[in-house]
Design a protein around this ligand. Structure first.
Ligand SMILES: CC(C)(COP(=O)(O)OP(=O)(O)OC[C@H]1O[C@@H](n2cnc3c(N)ncnc32)[C@H](O)[C@@H]1OP(=O)(O)O)[C@@H](O)C(=O)NCCC(=O)NCCS
Length: 271
C-alpha cells in the first residue's frame, strides 16, 4: 500500500460483468464529483448504490439513471416460519447448466433487465454466469415438485444469492415450500441469520420472504451510467477520452473495437 490517491480512487472493476457484456464494467465504491468528472470521458458501464435519501441532482447532471431499489431480506432462526409440502424437495448439487438454462427470460425486475442500455439476452447471460459461479463456490439446490425440476436456489454461506422458479411453476403458491425447505436446511446447519438481496419492485418475492418471517433493511437505490465503448455519450467531452496511467492499464482488445480499462492492483468486490 503506497497511500497514494488517484483520480480513480473509489472505482472498482467488475470483471465478471465485463466478460459477459463485452465492455468495461465498474462499481463506484466511493462517490465524489471529481470521480464523476473523471469517468464521464471513460468508456464503460458504472454502477452506483446510494441511500434512497441521497439527493440525486448531481447524479442526473453526470448522466446517471435509475435502475432499481434493492432491499435486504433477513431472518433470524427464531423468527423463521416455514411451511412444508411433501410433494416438494430441495436437493443440493443441481446441474449448473440446467440452472443456467432456467435463467433465460426468467429475471425481469433486476437492475440489468431494467437498464435500457443492456441487451436482455446479455442480462440473462449475466445471471447464467453467476449461477455457474455459485455452483462452483457455494451451493446450488434444485427445486423439485413431484420429481420435476421447478427451479433453482443458489446460496453462499448464509446468503440466499440467486433463486428462481421457472414460469410454468410460478403463481401456484409453491415458492414458500421451496424456500422453506432450503432455509430450514441452512438454519439446521447452524446459520443464525439468513440474508438475501431483492428488488423492492418484485412484489412476489417480497411477499414470499415476508410470509416466511423475513424483515427488510438497507434499501439502496441503484444508478447506472453508460459510456459506449466507441466514445462517451457526452459530446462535450468526446475529445477528452482519457487513458488513465495511475495503476491502470489501457488495452485495445485485438479484433474488437472494445476499449477496456484493466486494473491489476485492485481487489475485486462481489456483485
Ligand atoms: C419470485 C418467485 C420466486 C415467486 O414464486 P411464485 O411461484 O411466482 O410465487 P407464489 O405463487 O408462490 O407466491 C408467492 C407470494 O407472492 C404473491 N405473489 C405472487 N405473484 C405476485 C405478483 N405478481 N404480485 C404480487 N404478489 C404476488 C403470492 O400471493 C404469494 O404471497 P402470499 O403467500 O402472501 O399469498 C418467482 O416468481 C420467480 O422465480 N420469479 C422470477 C425470478 C425472480 O424474480 N427471483 C427472485 C429474485 S432473485
Amino acid at each position: 500500500m503506497t497511500g497514494r490517491t488517484s483520480a480513480l480512487d473509489g472505482l472498482v472493476e467488475t470483471p465478471w460483468d465485463r466478460r459477459v457484456f463485452g465492455f468495461a464494467t465498474y462499481e463506484i465504491t466511493k462517490a465524489s464529483e471529481s470521480l464523476f468528472q473523471t469517468i464521464r470521458a471513460m468508456p464503460g458501464h458504472f454502477t452506483l448504490r446510494v441511500d434512497p435519501l441521497t439527493p440525486k441532482g448531481l447524479l442526473h447532471q453526470y448522466g446517471f439513471y435509475y435502475c432499481d431499489t434493492l432491499i435486504e431480506p433477513y431472518c433470524a432462526k427464531e423468527k423463521f416460519r416455514p411451511v412444508f409440502d411433501a410433494r416438494v424437495a430441495a436437493e443440493p448439487g443441481f446441474d449448473p447448466e440446467r440452472a443456467a438454462a432456467m435463467c433465460q427470460g426468467v429475471f425481469q425486475y433486476d437492475r440489468f433487465h431494467r437498464d435500457f442500455h443492456i441487451d436482455p439476452a446479455k442480462a440473462d447471460a449475466r445471471y447464467a454466469a453467476w449461477v455457474r459461479e455459485i455452483a462452483a463456490s457455494g451451493r446450488l439446490y434444485g427445486l423439485w415438485f413431484k420429481g420435476e425440476a421447478a427451479g433453482f436456489f443458489g446460496c453462499q454461506g448464509n446468503k440466499l444469492a440467486l433463486h428462481a422458479v421457472v414460469p410454468s411453476f410460478q403463481g401456484r403458491g409453491l415458492a414458500k415450500f421451496f424456500w422453506s425447505a432450503v432455509c430450514q436446511t441452512l438454519f439446521e446447519e447452524g446459520h443464525a441469520e439468513l440474508v438475501s438481496s431483492v428488488s423492492a419492485a418484485n412484489a412476489a418475492v417480497v411477499n414470499l420472504y415476508r410470509s416466511l418471517g423475513f424483515s427488510f433493511r438497507n434499501p439502496r437505490d441503484i444508478y447506472h451510467l453508460f459510456n459506449p465503448p466507441d466514445g462517451p455519450i457526452d459530446q462535450a467531452t468526446s475529445s477528452q477520452r482519457i487513458c488513465p496511467g495511475d495503476g491502470l492499464q489501457y488495452q485495445q482488445i485485438s479484433g474488437s473495437k472494445t476499449d477496456r480499462y484493466q486494473d491489476q492492483n485492485r481487489t475485486i468486490l462481489r456483485p
